[in-house]
Design a protein around this ligand. Structure first.
Ligand code: TRP
Length: 455
């Protein structure tokens, strides 16, 4: 199995993406998802949106606009898992499991909550005036988003670093209480892209909706042009030399230009290019880079059912990971079926010592192996090998992750070693069940490796 880095991030669906969001978050995330080593999970954080916004229409519009922006910007849904948080019922369920281990004192320290309290106190109000439990528990929901998929890296803005740290804290506590030596949750790390542009807005301050200084992204060419015409500049006349390093118009230009184009612009400004002409050139550059994506955006917005389909497929992919994992977590905290209870009780000892395993055997065709999960389910059966030693080599390769890969082929998944298919799963009734089984296989193998490393 190639262990790819799982990158996960959520976008709160309360607004319309602007140029600053595009350059600062969307464009880098789409680029990062194209890396062969990245396993990206990007989602619309629409449960989080409910914390800030009680206008259903705005929520709905923003969800569609943000989905269309990411897709129009070139996000490849076959490579990444792109979904709406609210399509994954396992998220609120995990949120509750985590709420029950999260320390209240930890959440008291959350910046967003504290800022609201401070504001109330300053205004002489009750400290908790207008503060919902949603705002208070915001970091626990976010921890569930992250821990549900065992994300390694979480690209976020600086204001979110604390939340990622809280996710680690809460995840660690759960591991400690219920893991019995096993780490259920991977510890996530916040990823702050230092090189990524924070674009200045029309007035030179950071481009942000709250400063009302944004340049629209995909609404229309005219809107973009109008906004550009409002960029604040100094009062130097055409013909007078301008200092590019002091011009946020130039900073904006640079964020979208190639090195040569930027250098060209720099020289023109030094040489006395008028601000009006500079704005025209900025518009041409942006329109050139974003015009096609704008077309795609409007196509997507006019066919919401296509987006609905894509997002539902994304939700299925995400749930194929979330559902079996949550089942394990429920089991761990003691939310178990009564039906199997007697067995569970009887086999407690056996069960804790029971691990997934490779079983080799010989039949008329030659030497083969099966891979069985902890519960005995057969997940893989190999092709025949002439020599029993080859079986050992293959299973060893799997344990060491040497040129090994597990891939689905719709109703079945396949184990590749050195690019060759060496074992196959049973055929499952649906691609969904196949994904669930594949995830189980991966996790069983991981646990097996983990137990092995302890011995
Ligand atoms: N809180 C994040 C923000 O406002 C959005 C978000 C929700 C998120 N869940 C997440 C980001 C999980 C990263 C991972 O920007």
């Amino acid at each position: 199995m190639t262990t790819r880095t799982r990158i996960l991030t959520g976008i709160t669906t309360t607004g319309t993406p602007h140029l600053g969001n595009y350059a600062g978050a969307i464009r880098p995330a789409i680029l990062a998802s194209q890396d062969a080593n990245a396993d990206s999970f990007y989602f619309l954080a629409d449960y989080h949106a409910l914390i800030k916004c009680d206008d259903p229409q705005r929520i709905q519009r923003s969800r569609m606009e943000i989905a269309a922006t990411w897709l129009a910007g070139g996000l490849d849904v076959n490579r990444v898992t792109f979904y709406r948080q609210s399509d994954i019922p396992e998220i609120p369920e995990l949120t509750w499991l985590l709420t029950c281990v999260a320390a209240k004192g930890l959440l008291n320290r959350a910046h967003a909550y504290k800022a609201s309290v401070d504001k109330n106190v300053e205004a002489g109000e009750d400290p908790d005036a207008g503060i919902t439990m949603g705002l208070y528990s915001y970091p626990v929901l976010m921890a569930a988003d992250i821990l549900m998929f065992n994300a390694h890296k979480v690209p976020v803005g600086r204001d979110q670093i604390q939340h990622v740290e809280m996710a680690r804290d809460i995840g660690q506590r759960f591991n400690h209480l219920f893991g019995k030596g096993k780490e259920f949750f991977t510890m996530p790390e916040a990823l702050i892209e230092e090189s990524v542009a924070t674009l200045p807005g029309l007035d030179g301050r950071k481009m942000s909706k709250s400063y009302d200084n944004t340049i629209p992204l995909f609404t229309s060419a005219k809107d973009m042009k109008d906004a550009i015409s409002r960029i604040v500049t100094d009062s130097r006349a055409p013909g007078e030399s301008k200092d590019p390093s002091k011009s946020h118009l130039f900073t904006l230009y640079q964020a979208f230009a190639s090195k040569n184009e930027a250098e060209d612009m720099r020289l023109k400004l030094l040489g006395g290019l008028g601000w009006g002409d500079a704005k025209k050139l900025l518009f041409i550059l942006l329109d050139d880079q974003l015009g096609e994506a704008r077309e795609r955006y409007h196509q997507l917005m006019s066919r919401p059912s296509d987006m609905e389909d894509l997002l539902l497929i994304g939700a299925k992919k995400a749930r194929a990971v979330a559902a079996p994992f949550l089942a394990e977590l429920r089991e761990a905290v003691g939310l178990r079926s009564f039906v199997n209870q007697s067995q569970v009780v009887k086999t407690v000892k056996k069960k804790t010592s029971k691990i997934a395993r490779f079983v080799s055997f010989k039949d008329n065709d030659g030497f083969k192996f099966r891979f069985l999960a902890e519960d005995g389910e057969e997940l893989l059966i190999s092709r025949a090998f002439k020599d029993g030693k080859d079986v050992g080599m293959v299973t060893k390769a799997v344990m060491l992750e040497n040129h090994v890969d597990l891939k689905t082929d719709v109703h079945q998944f396949l184990l590749y070693v050195n690019g060759e298919i060496v074992a196959k799963s049973p055929k499952y009734p649906s691609p969904y069940e196949c994904k669930v089984a594949l995830e189980k296989a991966k996790q069983s193998i991981n646990r097996l490796k983990f137990t092995d490393s302890l011995n």
